[in-house]
Design a protein around this ligand. Structure first.
Ligand code: IFM
Length: 450
């Protein structure tokens, strides 16, 4: 059955794109002078990655740039969101710059522009240079200035051509999964360190914005957060208190500091001596005004104090990640953010789903993914019509790729990748998105003629 979404919900200049990140697709882990990242090291820890894989080859995108750019163009997207690998352009994280690494991103950006696609660049999608981790990584305040210098260098080379620059992708994930639970690189397990890391990430975001503006960078500047409605499983006081605290850690910790210049008091009280060490003016720097806010949305979070809530309890389907399919959550989240904060223009910078795809006779019939995407686009349309200033949607992901601790077992792509042959096959969802974007174009043309 053909899944239709009304393109008229969205303004003609709404930006439609696809997204990836460097470590998840590039491969070429040691090519042309690239340094090692914390994820290269983390993958070597026995048991850290579900399928014992690593990012050495991934989608080999580094060596397949031109055909991959043609694939992106074939979808008819307006924009491509990608990240720069810090250790590829600055192997030690500070000091000498690797021009051949930078040449790759020059080719990428020019290749996008020559195909009429806007580049949306992210500076940090988790692959910190391992050399900086050896000095304490994001827990060390010196990393803040190294990041600012790295951002300046990238902007000096590419800032005249990229539409937007995101400082960090999902700081909550880097801080919490990377430094509290240890599920992600660098695998640290300390709440105190995690909170210090989150503070340094936020601080480096604000200081980078200030430095880029002082340098005259013309790109739109912002950050990307993973956010979700956090709701109690029942009306019990215990569930409600837990949901409020988790909302504080996931949503208010980032939104309050970025938009209200303070950390939420209930979370600070809860953390006690694990709260981050701050210096005068840090919060002021963190709240440096942004040109846009990126939001990654996958599911809501349901909190139960006795851990009794299961996704199935809601009678709702879930994706191959075990995440509940809850499109209404993006509407709820956007309306809540609009109510509680003075938002800049918003982009949904990631949304998509992993399912157990089957490649047969050169086709992947991923109707569940089409349904997932269509329902989320509709839910975003509802928020837009209710007045939230949403400017774009970036589908996660262009290609099946390295899904961090899940390795290659979870497939988020709208394009299937056979990792042995590196053959790319457009799934039905890619064809659906392409057709949807053809409709968007027709509408733009009609508008232009009218
Ligand atoms: O693959 C990740 C991406 O790197 C960051 N956001 C969530 C995606 C799916 O887990």
């Amino acid at each position: 059955m053909k899944r239709l979404v009304n393109t008229f919900t969205f303004p003609a200049d709404f930006v439609w794109g696809v997204a990836t990140s460097a470590f998840q697709i590039e491969g070429a882990a040691a090519a042309d002078g690239k340094g090692q990242s914390i994820w290269d090291d983390f993958c070597k820890i026995p048991g850290a990655i579900a399928d014992h894989s690593n990012g050495d080859i991934a989608c080999d995108h580094y060596h397949r740039l031109e055909p991959d750019l043609d694939l992106i163009a074939s979808l008819g997207v307006d924009a491509y969101r990608f990240s720069v690998s810090w250790p590829r352009i600055c192997p030690q994280g500070t000091g000498s710059w690797n021009e051949s690494g930078m040449a790759f991103y020059e080719k990428l950006v020019d290749g996008l522009l020559s195909r009429g696609i806007q580049p949306y660049l992210t500076l940090n999608h988790w692959d910190l240079p391992a050399a900086l981790q050896a000095k304490g990584g994001w827990a060390n305040r010196d990393t803040v200035q190294h990041f600012v210098d790295y951002g300046l260098q990238v902007a000096k080379h590419l800032g005249d051509r990229v539409t937007s620059i995101t400082t960090h992708n999902e700081p909550w994930v880097m801080a919490t999964l990377g430094h509290q639970t240890g599920e992600f690189a660098p695998g640290v397990k300390s709440r105190k360190v995690a909170m210090q890391v989150s503070h340094h990430l936020l601080l480096s975001h604000g200081l980078t914005l200030q430095a880029l503006r002082a340098q005259g960078t013309r790109s739109q500047l912002g950050i990307v957060l993973n956010l979700a409605p956090v709701v109690p499983a029942t009306d019990s006081p215990a569930d409600q208190a837990l949901a409020r605290l988790k909302d504080g850690k996931l949503v208010r910790w980032y939104m309050d500091s970025l938009f209200k210049q303070h950390y939420p008091q209930d979370v600070l009280d809860f953390l006690g001596s694990d709260a981050p060490v701050m210096q005068d003016n840090d919060l002021q720097a963190i709240a440096t005004p942004m040109d846009f806010l990126g939001i990654n949305y996958y599911s809501r979070k349901v909190e139960s104090a006795d851990n009794s809530w299961q996704v199935q309890d809601g009678g709702l389907d879930c994706t191959d990640m075990g995440w509940e399919i809850y499109p209404e959550g993006i509407t709820e989240l956007l309306l809540r953010l609009q109510r509680d904060y003075r938002l800049p223009p918003v982009y949904v910078t990631e949304n998509g789903a992993a399912f157990k795809d089957v490649l047969f006779n050169g086709k992947v019939h991923d109707s569940q993914r089409i349904d997932f995407i269509a329902r989320h686009i509709e839910a975003i349309g509802i928020a837009l019509q209710a007045g939230v200033d949403i400017r774009g949607f970036m589908l996660w992901s262009l290609l099946d790729n390295f899904e961090w601790a899940s390795g290659y077992e979870k497939r988020f792509g709208i394009i299937h990748v056979d990792y042995k042959s590196q053959q790319r096959t457009l799934k039905d969802s890619a064809l659906w998105y392409r057709d949807y974007l053809l409709g968007v174009r027709d509408r733009r043309n009609q508008k232009r003629r009218a």
